[in-house]
Design a protein. Structure first.
Length: 141
């Protein structure tokens, strides 16, 4: 994986596993007035090393990204601060992206949570219809 190629082998394996398996991350955007805003998100590391996530339309994070596409993404659950993984990147809304219920890998990762919180993948896809792609620019551990 190019994103982690600069890391020693042990760190690379740990970081790649976390990027694939963690269910939650914190997405940080910046409001036009300069105030940073962090929100929890579900995410999927894709084969091309971009990050896919879905949002409800009209949210503050989408407005922030439209004004300033620079974002940070930090993985949740940091093992009392010893297992930090965060990245910087450029985010963009992608209207031509298939809906969440049509993304097999996304569904495989989140089916249980989608069922518990939203009932069906179709309902989740209706509510969270704005797809975002983050292209990582820098990884921090």
């Amino acid at each position: 994986m190019e994103l982690t190629s600069h890391l020693p082998a042990g760190d690379r394996e740990r970081v790649e596993a976390r990027l694939r398996q963690n269910l939650m991350a914190w997405l940080a955007t910046v409001r036009p007035d300069g105030q940073p805003v962090s929100v929890p998100v579900w995410f999927l590391l894709r084969e091309d090393e971009t990050i896919l996530l879905y949002s409800q339309p009209g949210t503050q994070k989408l407005r922030n990204i439209a004004a300033n596409p620079k974002v940070s993404l930090g993985l949740d659950v940091t093992d009392i601060g010893r297992n930090i993984v965060r990245m910087e990147g450029i985010a963009r809304q992608v209207p031509d992206q298939p809906a969440a219920n049509k993304q097999a890998e996304y569904l495989a990762k989140y089916t249980e949570r989608i069922g518990a919180l939203f009932g069906t993948p179709e309902r989740f896809a209706e509510l969270f219809s704005a797809a975002l792609i983050i292209t990582p620019t820098k990884l921090h551990i």
